[in-house]
Design a protein around this ligand. Structure first.
Ligand code: FAD
Length: 498
């Protein structure tokens, strides 16, 4: 059943056609000659590395799901022209739209068990963030002589282009790590305009940890942090195809277990979103893909523009927290520890974490307000507080889940051992859980290992800690973001202060 008929079945509508890619079409779109290095070696195609390839397969299955009736509501919507499109590119205009768009975030989070922080619907949230401030970008002018795009027109066209082509993108806002005390360190790698030519500009420099870049169609970039005053030629928001001439992707070491038996690594066998160092060597950026050029005041829009991406991050963490609750309860059930008050208390702490994250997401949506560009934006202060809470508690929640498992998380033997006629029967006899076989008990432990203790889990934990600003910066944001005049007045009144 295609998406059109899936939607018809769900909503009784007859939308005309669709703007969706199949998984195969998505994979074909990545076979574009991109310059990619893994383990120090150039690979011809992203599919040539097993971990990247498995990750691509997982993303491709999300494209295929768009055509299945059971996922149509979460993954697709009917756009302004009456055509079915990916929810990734939906522009929320009302609180109901926000709740609908969240279904897509919850879907991609569950699909990857929260291990992909940059699934295909994340980067569109940044493009939508630019759209939310269209009047501001309309008023801004390029400060680079010889190239004067209409930023607002470009933003609108880009969101339409992404929606019409079911586009995936990575986003890189951060610069490579080097000597943070010296402006020279940051400047050496800073992505800057090198020249202006007919139809666009040329940029050189580097971006970093562009998670999923090798597995996406485009890279959406700007410069943030590392330098106090961004020079005009480095003030840029833009997007280019990943295979643009002059882009080199250097992948970090892979951490997943692609091709592993599903029993041994139920999550890590699905591959990973790999992080890349992205070199821009005289890359051409067409005028119509430029959303800011040369204006430092536009760079201060990072917080407001990224609010939808930050809402995505927090929602994904809430979904993952609920998976931790489910996994924890199953551990209590199969180990027979659920009647021990101290154990109940440990699970209670994970439940508190999950409930709190949901509460932050709910509150951010309830307090949402339309932006100047008439996009419904979740409350930034509530999101920042929620994200800070989520990353501060994440290591402890992982530790509690490990604690609940006891030796089970270490004493895992794998499918081959269970199938071995000489030793398998010992495992079957000695290791059953409460009401479940030894194999079922180990499968649960293998899942929790992948989620909490594997090399994949290690990368994910580091990702959660800093991917959308580390805790010290989030505290600073809270100080600057959350209005407190009312609280001050209350204290003054109670204390009798003038
Ligand atoms: C696995 C992974 C994936 C990521 N994916 C993406 C991505 O897809 N796109 C993207 O744009 N970014 C991504 N990030 C990058 C993330 O945005 C940065 O890691 C983050 O902004 C912190 O910058 P930094 O790592 O360069 O830290 P550094 O600037 O090198 O600083 C190191 C530490 O010093 C402290 N510190 C430094 N400066 C300050 C300050 N001004 N105030 C308070 N504390 C400070 C912080 O504790 C910080 O962690 C990813 C990061 C990781 C680890």
């Amino acid at each position: 059943m295609n998406a059109q008929t899936a939607k018809q079945a769900l909503q009784g509508e007859l939308p005309a056609g669709h703007k969706l890619k199949t998984g195969e079409e998505f994979k074909a779109s990545l076979d574009d000659g991109r310059a990619l290095w893994v383990g120090g070696k150039r690979i011809a195609k992203v599919f040539d590395d097993p971990a990247l390839s498995a990750g691509v397969d997982l993303i491709a299955s999300m494209f295929d799901d768009q055509f299945k009736p059971e996922f149509a509501e979460a993954t697709t919507y009917v756009d302004e022209s009456g055509t079915v499109a990916s929810r990734s590119w939906q522009v929320p205009r009302t609180k109901e739209d926000l709740a609908d768009r969240r279904k897509m975030i919850e879907y991609t989070s569950l699909k990857t068990a929260g291990t992909f922080g940059r699934p295909p619907d994340l980067a569109p949230a940044i493009a939508v963030g630019l759209l939310a401030y269209l009047p501001t970008f309309k008023a801004k002018k390029s400060l680079i002589e010889g190239c004067s795009p209409d930023f607002a027109e470009n933003i609108e066209a880009y969101v339409a282009y992404g929606r019409d082509n079911n586009l995936t993108a990575s986003e890189s806002l951060t610069g490579p790590q080097n000597d943070r005390s010296s402006p020279k360190g940051a400047e050496a790698s800073l992505l800057k305009v090198k020249s202006v030519e007919k139809g666009g500009i040329r940029v050189s420099g580097a971006k970093t940890v562009g998670s999923i870049s090798a597995q996406a169609n485009e890279i959406f970039f700007t410069n943030l942090g590392g330098i106090r005053e961004t020079p005009a030629e480095a003030c840029i928001w833009a997007s280019v195809p990943i295979n643009a001439e002059g882009i080199k992707l250097i992948s970090r070491e892979m951490v997943s277990h692609p091709g592993a038996d599903p029993f041994d690594h139920p999550v890590a066998r699905l591959g990973e979103e790999a992080d890349q160092l992205i070199i821009f060597d005289n890359v051409f950026v067409p005028t119509d893909r430029i959303f800011n050029l040369g204006d430092p005041t536009a760079m201060s829009y990072y917080g407001p523009v990224c609010v939808f991406a930050h809402w995505h991050v927090l929602t994904r963490l809430a979904v993952k927290a609920e998976l931790f609750v489910g996994a924890g309860q199953l551990v209590l059930d199969v180990l027979g520890t659920s009647n021990i008050p101290a154990v109940q208390g440990m699970l209670g702490e994970i439940i508190q974490y999950a409930q709190t994250l949901r509460a932050f997401v709910t509150a951010a949506e309830a307090m949402a307000k339309p932006t100047e560009g008439d996009v419904m934006a979740p409350d930034a202060g509530m999101l920042t507080a929620g994200r800070l809470y989520s990353i501060e508690h994440y290591p402890r929640i992982i530790h509690i889940l490990q604690e609940l498992c006891g030796q089970g998380l270490v004493m895992r033997f794998g499918k081959a051992a269970f199938d071995n006629p000489e030793i398998g029967h010992h495992l079957h006899d000695l290791l059953p859980g409460k009401g479940v076989s030894a194999e079922v008990k180990e499968l649960l432990m293998n899942f929790i290992w992948d989620m909490t203790s594997s090399s994949l889990a290690g990368r994910v934990a580091l990702f959660e800690n800093v991917n959308a600003s580390p805790a010290p910066r989030l505290r600073e944001r809270l100080y600057n973001e959350v209005k407190r005049e009312r609280f001050i007045e209350q204290v003054k009144t109670l204390a009798g202060m003038p």
